[in-house]
Design a protein around this ligand. Structure first.
Ligand SMILES: O=C[C@H](O)COP(=O)(O)O
Length: 250
């Protein structure tokens, strides 16, 4: 039995007043179960505020990015040690918005993955195909390539302390969700890929779905055997929605 994980990616949203309103509701109303880890990933400037507010520790904190480097002359970067010092235990890596907006390559993502592991953060490796790739029948080869790139650079064992999030790019922020069956097929392919390297790890690793997850579709997605939770964007900013999604996963 794998532990479910629901991660709220706030992306570049929030302000100090709205954050408190949202966190206050989550702290009061989330009945976190042992079989479901809940994580929120605010923008860097709010990490300290969020860490100071979440005193019950039933909600974990993640960052949306990390530098591949340690301390030093890397202007504008934030290293893993700084994130752990602020209370982060997770970090999103390779989100499609960073792959597109910041031209992050698989090689760079693997370097960040290594830095995350070294500093005690749990990397959440985001993978997924664009609409053109989907229409060309390339979904599984794109996703396999993105994961294999990390395995080839770092070895399979780093995935013992990692999460994979399948996020079809065409479903992100569009309101269009992969059907539970479509998502399950890709999740199974990912687990089969991991199984080809390590059978025990394949049964253990959490594979999350992301892409327009909401209260109304969460239960059906989570009913699929290889969907272990969600990486939630827009709905993570709405307390009612996010709490419902967490309840559906628990
Ligand atoms: O990181 C979250 C994903 O990009 C999904 O975003 P969304 O739920 O707004 O579609």
């Amino acid at each position: 039995m794998r532990t479910s994980v629901v991660i709220g990616n706030w992306k570049m949203n929030g302000d100090r007043v709205a954050n408190i309103k949202l966190l206050d509701r989550l702290e009061k109303e989330l009945s976190v179960q042992n079989n479901c880890a809940v994580v929120v990933c605010p923008p860097f400037p709010f990490l300290s505020q969020v860490a100071g507010w979440l005193l019950s520790q039933k909600i974990n904190i993640g960052a949306q990015n990390v530098s591949a480097h340690n301390y030093g002359a890397h202007t504008g970067e934030v290293c893993g040690q700084m994130l752990t010092e602020l209370g982060c235990s997770y970090v999103l890596l390779g989100h499609s918005e960073r792959r597109a907006d910041n031209y992050e390559s698989d090689t760079e993502i693997a370097a960040k993955f290594a830095a995350a592991i070294e500093t005690g953060l749990t990397p959440v490796l985001c993978v997924g195909e664009t609409l053109d790739q989907k229409n060309a029948g390339l979904t599984q080869s794109v996703v396999t390539g993105q994961i294999t790139s990390v395995i080839e650079q770092l070895g399979i064992s780093v995935f013992n302390k990692a999460i994979i999030a399948y996020e079809p790019v065409w479903a992100i922020g569009t309101g269009e969700t992969a059907t539970p069956e479509q998502a399950q097929a890709v999740h199974l392919a990912i687990r089969t890929l991991i199984r080809s390297y390590d059978n025990i790890l394949a049964d253990k690793i959490a594979i999350l779905y992301g892409g327009s997850v909401k209260a109304s579709n969460a239960k059906a997605l989570f009913s699929q055997i290889d969907i272990d939770g969600a990486l939630v964007g827009g709905a993570a900013l709405d307390a009612d929605q996010f709490i419902s999604i967490c309840n559906a996963a628990a």
